[in-house]
Design a binder for this molecule. Structure first.
Ligand SMILES: *Cc1c(COP(=O)(O)O)cnc(C)c1O
Length: 383
């Protein structure tokens, strides 16, 4: 049984996007012997799309022992969930590991990030206890002031990690703080700091490592950020991060749909929703959709946002925990009609970026919010 409110996850669009990104990166092959590898970011349940399904679909594109594909998630627990579902591709864990139980990294063959001397020591101790060598990525903080060894302090802090006999540094990476903002000078500054950090590490005797830096926005903005691998999240899910002029076209993977469960009239001056969120300035008709903030619809959508019904926009007048009320005074609707919250209907489309703009956030947050109560429906071929 499928609830009236559900998310369609089009895994064909996902694999389409992956192939398009690969082609786009292949354009560099003229200047450099190889195109950068893709580290597909599937943290936070693949931005709400379902991490295991997404991982399996991506593995089906990259044949062989997961081909050149690498996956990335936020913590060890997310990585273990993928391994337990049979995902074989290498999995990079982004998060800081200082307070985690690290045995899972070894037992499940995950690739952790070393982002501090403490993390290096803890990983070294775990690897030594298991009598194994552990392949890791080293993170350099070039301006986020979050995870990673400070770019200007590497000579002092990194030697700990280099001395660890059980740790093998496969890659060095950083992350941009302002890749979405075309004009911000920090973007280029971070790239320069990263390159200095890479030189410093080479000077300290570290060699044979690869490097990566770019999320979706960065890889679209500046090819100099491609290095040996790129880390797209948003782009894989078919969302263009910024209004950016690019040859790459992707297709949205997620659509969020519901149905109208009630239609009723309101007299002038009557109010709808808790705390009288909406007051009817004229005789109105409103319709109720069985999805609310528990499903990820933000309270602040009331008064600013719309949904699609019968191919037209109906503005949201009230959002509560389990339901949302929309103004359908100008649309001829009946109970049972299909409603699109994110996606297309008729000639119109509401995408995650538009919803994000309505409430002043980023499209990542909109996708991740897709609630646990919302059933995900996948293309049957990918079962
Ligand atoms: C989430 C994340 C990404 C992906 O970012 P998008 O903007 O979704 O492409 C890349 N790198 C790191 C370290 C991340 O945490």
């Amino acid at each position: 049984m499928v609830r009236p409110t559900h998310a369609h996850i089009d895994l064909h669009s996902l694999t389409f996007n992956y192939r398009r990104i690969r082609e786009y990166l292949g354009a560099r092959a003229e200047a450099s012997p190889t195109a950068p590898r893709i580290i597909a970011v599937i943290k936070a349940n693949a931005y709400g799309h379902g991490a295991v399904r997404v991982a399996r679909a991506l593995e089906s594109v990259e044949t062989g022992p997961a081909g050149g594909l690498m996956l990335a998630c936020a913590d060890i627990e997310e990585g273990i969930q993928l391994r337990e579902a049979g995902v074989c591709a290498p999995i990079l864990v982004f998060g800081a590991l200082s307070v985690s139980n690290l045995d899972g990294v070894i037992v499940h063959g995950l690739t952790p990030t070393v982002s501090s001397p403490e993390a290096a020591r803890a990983l070294q101790a775990t690897a030594a206890r298991h009598g194994q060598q552990l392949h890791v990525h080293l993170k350099v903080d070039t301006g986020m002031n979050r995870f990673g060894f400070r770019y200007d302090n590497i000579r002092r802090t990194v030697p700990v990690a280099l001395e660890d006999r059980n740790l093998i540094i496969d890659a060095v990476y950083t992350q941009f703080a302002t890749a979405e903002n075309i004009d911000h000078p920090l973007f280029d500054l971070q790239r320069q700091r990263f390159e200095i950090a890479l030189e410093t590490l080479r000077g300290m005797g570290l060699d044979e490592f690869t490097s990566h830096a770019a999320n979706s926005s960065a890889l679209l903005r500046d090819r100099r950020t491609w290095y040996d691998a790129v880390r797209p999240g948003l782009l894989l899910y078919g969302v263009m991060p910024t209004p950016i002029d690019t040859a790459l076209s992707v297709r949205p993977v997620l659509s969020l749909r519901s149905r109208i469960v009630a239609v009723k009239g309101m007299r002038v001056g009557e109010t709808a929703g808790y705390a009288t969120q909406f007051s009817a300035g004229r005789a109105s008709r409103v319709a109720v959709i069985p999805a609310g903030y528990a499903d990820g619809l933000d309270l602040r959508l009331a008064g600013t946002a719309s949904v699609l019904v019968r191919g037209q926009r109906a503005s949201i007048v009230a959002v509560s925990m389990d339901s949302t009320t929309v103004d359908v005074s100008d649309v001829d609707v009946s109970p049972g009609d299909d409603v699109v919250v994110i996606g297309s209907q008729g000639d119109d489309r509401i995408d995650a970026c538009e919803v994000a703009r309505w409430i002043g956030t980023v499209p990542h947050e909109i996708l991740c919010r897709t609630g646990t109560r919302i059933e995900r429906i996948y293309n049957s071929e990918f079962l």
